[in-house]
Design a protein around this ligand. Structure first.
Ligand code: SF4
Length: 328
């Protein structure tokens, strides 16, 4: 690990100002410290934001929740309001990492964690995300855990978060503040960038821009679930995951909010899949058609070819479960 300066921020003003000058924010540090030990990331300065008052979960006027960026994954998963009204989020959080990591990992940090592509962590290997222009070792290499949607010739990495997939299905909005004091609200689709020819750029956040909260809209009617398929029962990243919120009325689907993890560089949502389902009577043929739509542009790279049928089966299974539950 290389030497670095460490300061503890007392306010968002000083934190964002320091970060705009080149420092990196640190909160739980559950991903950043590993990256620093491996010298994949080598910030000259860290700004510790743990003392900022961003650790509350508050109800919003319209019945939603504002989740402070420093709320830990454990506290969020166990919040009674989240468990009752947004269970897909609680389940996604509990499917991620381990109990110890969830006690340290924060909401903001979870959103900004880096890919777990093996080559990104191995400085002896070419990786456009770590070193732009060096190449992508994964395309022809061991890409079992990598993406089948939203990839580019320069990068096929997946976003590793479970939490973000559930938040994407719930239409969560990220709130930020910049060093000039201005704020903005971004939905998750706008927060994350696809790799294109700049896989080193993963979000639209500007230097010094701090995530302060994530806002969940008011709860909606329907059934929710988070299905995560992985290589072992715990402490493993998703090969494929589906966050779903499905509602039905008079035997027809009235809502099908679906987000996918483990398959793309960002939590993946396809409005055409949802449009195809809404208004229809559930059937296996309909669910297969939805999978056809989802995977129309999907591409495997050898070791991850299995993700195409796995994504199909997982989607069909989740839709079957949720529509059966929604009928009752
Ligand atoms: Fe690097 Fe992306 Fe290629 Fe992995 S997939 S080696 S992160 S460029």
């Amino acid at each position: 690990m290389r030497p670095f300066e460490y300061t503890r921020a007392q306010s968002t003003e000083t934190a964002t100002r320091d970060a705009a000058g080149g420092a990196m924010f640190i909160a739980g540090g559950t991903n950043l410290l590993d990256l620093m030990k491996l010298e994949v990331m080598a910030p000259a300065e860290l700004v510790d934001i743990n003392r900022l008052e961003l650790d509350r979960i508050e109800e919003t006027e319209d019945g939603g929740l504002r989740i402070g960026a420093l709320v830990t994954n454990s506290d969020l998963a166990n919040d009674t309001r989240v468990r009752r009204d947004w269970p897909v989020l609680s389940r996604a959080l509990l499917a991620g990492a381990s109990g110890q990591l969830r006690n340290k990992a924060t909401t903001g940090g979870n959103l900004l964690q880096r890919t777990r592509c093996l080559y990104f962590y191995d400085r002896a290997m070419a990786c456009n995300k770590r070193e732009p222009g060096s190449g992508c070792s994964a395309r022809e290499g061991f890409n079992r855990i990598l993406a089948i949607l939203g990839t580019s010739e320069h990068c096929i990495a997946t976003h590793p978060s479970d939490m973000a997939v559930a938040m994407r299905a719930l239409d969560a909005v990220v709130e930020t503040v910049k060093d000039d004091g201005s704020t903005r609200r971004l939905n998750l689709d706008d927060l994350y960038l696809l790799p294109g020819d700049r896989p080193d750029r993963e979000t639209v956040l500007e230097p010094g821009e701090l995530i302060t909260a994530v806002v969940l809209p008011a709860p909606v009617a329907g059934r929710q679930t988070y299905r995560k398929v992985r290589d072992r029962a715990s402490y493993a990243f998703a090969l494929v995951s589906v966050a779903g919120v499905v509602a039905m009325e008079d035997g027809r689907i009235t809502r099908a909010d679906l987000a996918f993890g483990g398959v793309a560089p960002k939590p993946w949502r396809d409005p055409q899949v949802e449009a195809l389902l809404v208004g229809q009577t559930p059937s296996e043929a309909l669910f297969e058609k939805a999978a056809d739509q989802l995977l129309a542009e999907a591409e495997g790279f050898g070791a991850n070819d299995f993700k195409l049928p796995l994504t199909r089966r997982t989607l069909v299974s989740v839709l079957t479960e949720l529509t059966q539950e929604a009928r009752t």
